[in-house]
Ligand binder design. Sequence first.
Ligand code: SF4
Length: 78
Amino acid sequence: MRLVVDLNRCQGYAQCAFLAPEAFTMHGDEALMYDPQPDDAQRGNVLRAAQACPVKAITVEGMNGAPAAEKAGASHVG
Ligand code: SF4
């Protein structure tokens, strides 16, 4: 599982650090540190954190065994 946080979007609300402290840690008031490859055991917490982020700054990639829902937006031309 891979994890990307858009730090330009992140406003330091710390929702993620609250829900998945193994993967996200706040340093100071707004600096977010995160583990880009959290253990699969953290998947539930990480997904919850991604959904809870008020600015949707968290992207979770590489969900083994699940079809990539993000690809649903692809369009065919011609
Ligand atoms: S919940 Fe979102 S905005 Fe808040 S610290 Fe985490 S990534 Fe940043």
